[in-house]
Write a protein that binds this ligand. Sequence first.
Ligand SMILES: Nc1ncnc2c1ncn2[C@@H]1O[C@H](COP(=O)(O)OP(=O)(O)O)[C@@H](O)[C@H]1O
Ligand SMILES: [Mg+2]
Ligand SMILES: [Zn+2]
Length: 456
Amino acid sequence: MAYRPIPRKYRPQRFSEVVGQEVITETLKNAVKEGRLSHAYIFAGPRGVGKTTTARILAKAVNCEEPKEGEPCNECSQCLEIVKGSHPDVVEIDAASNRGIDQIRELRESVHYLPAKGKKKVYIIDEFHMLTKEAFNALLKTLEEPPEHVLFILATTEIDKIPPTILSRCQKFVFKRVPVELIVKSLKEICLKEGFEFEEEALKLIALSSEGCMRDAESLLEQSAALGMGKVEVEKVSDFLGILTGREVKELLSLGFKGNKEELFKKIKELEERGFNPSFVVNQLIEVVEREFLAPSTLTEEEAVAAYQILTKAVKEVNQHPYPFTALFFNLYKLSYFKEVKLLKDLVVKGSFTFKKEEGEKKTKNDTLDAYIKEIVREEGRVLIVPDNKLSEQILRSKIDELRKKFNCNVVIKEAERDVKKREISQKSKEIIDKIKDKFNAKILYIKVKDENSSS
Ligand SMILES: Nc1ncnc2c1ncn2[C@@H]1O[C@H](COP(=O)(O)OP(=O)(O)O)[C@@H](O)[C@H]1O
Ligand SMILES: [Mg+2]
Ligand SMILES: [Zn+2]
């Protein structure tokens, strides 16, 4: 058999095979079954999501000699001729091409004749928002008094351009982008039928990059398979599509959080050289962050939220920037400030300043508790602890067992005095706080600093 590209070879031939548009296909199937068809339908929605496909299935269903439950049989001569594109009563007009104008002229004359072979004359007008004014008017006249034997299917990617006079005379269906999981599922089925070997993540990358357009997904699958000699592999597909693998996304996030300038810059440069699409990279980062938030594996919840905030702002910046990769680099680097926020939080809670402490130099548990203690009074057979303030008192009371173990005797916690006056914070802390406020657009409601440790 002659070679047919995958999208054509796998064009759905019945309503139930159209993926992700169930509301529409069920409604149409029932309308066919119960003979309640409208004279004109508008199929709106993005490209490659099944508008033309569904229109042809509907054309078959209304002309089929033995429809089953509203589905065409795909075996009778009506169905077969429609599939071949040679049925005299099913006319496809592409309004975007010049020929469209002539065809509409023809339509005006031919629409009143009875069908030559089938039960209904079906006119499928593609991209019909591009019809000339004249053609629109001609169509409108026909739609006002449609002959009983005519069915119009008007497909468009731009429903906003359709005059209300036309809209009000048609039943309107809006086709949706096909969700990633459904695309992956379809691609998997095609791989099995075609005998392609595949890595599941590679199919996911293809689905992501097709942005809900099934036709693109199928073409990309075909190209990927050709490129890999029948194998659809993550590495190759990632390179071919210019989008990141899951591992690379996590690597970028991690370099950002670590604030590893050199490595991060190298990686971003590499993506630029490999021809990656920067706005797609940001989208992928956000997608992974969302997944990490719902089911954390490498990021904590707080890190995921911080990353989400930063990357959401980055989307706009990257898209508008004359040097989008530079924007991407700086936004990812911003993630490293999150460490400061976390430490700031410690500072607020503990009332001690630990900002400049290096990683790994963590305080011991007892040290941490020391931060809440103002005074330790050793008495006969017990230790009296004077808390720093009310909050410290609460914390110390909750850790009483730990304290008893530490002092190895009875520990009594004295009631704290009223909170001490807030002390001035240093210029350096102020700078850091301002920086954080600025970067994260956050309000800092309360801060109390004790024992500022700003050495180094
Ligand atoms: N919803 C879908 N389910 C299954 N395949 C689809 C779907 N949408 C598009 N396709 C695939 O993409 C090809 C083109 O779809 P088409 O119906 O022409 O899209 P359009 O919405 O641009 O008219 C089809 O031949 C089919 O292989
Ligand atoms: Mg189409
Ligand atoms: Zn049939």
